[in-house]
Design a protein around this ligand. Sequence first.
Ligand SMILES: [Zn+2]
Ligand SMILES: [Zn+2]
Length: 143
Amino acid sequence: MEHLIEKFRQFIKQKGLKYTPEREEILREILSLEDHFDVESLYLQLKKKNSKISKASIYRTLPLLVEGGYIQEVYKQGGHSHYEVTLNKQPHLHFICIQCGEVKEALDHRLNNLIEEFERQSKYRFLTYHLEIFGLCPNCREV
Ligand SMILES: [Zn+2]
Ligand SMILES: [Zn+2]
């Protein structure tokens, strides 16, 4: 974890921005998260730990974390973005229910093999990907 923090510090300085304890606290919290998050859930999580981080500084810091490759925007819902930590996470599918907003993740090595094949063919070097499938979850399709 510490080398990630150090890399982030350098990244912020390279951009000519000020490295603040708030930014570091946000990054540490995010790196400890397993699940998807959005600004609201991250804010509540920090608040539970008696943090004084404001929503505004979360809004300012998330784009930097995306740019630095720590997190990625995985889907938008109700007009706001959800994120997940990119590091140490296998690329996976997201099934998103358009009715209730439930999100399920799915991993399948056949899919990963296919993407690797695309990578060879395209001569790109893929860094990460995410796939979204929209539909109705088992509960919502009943109606
Ligand atoms: Zn649903
Ligand atoms: Zn995910």
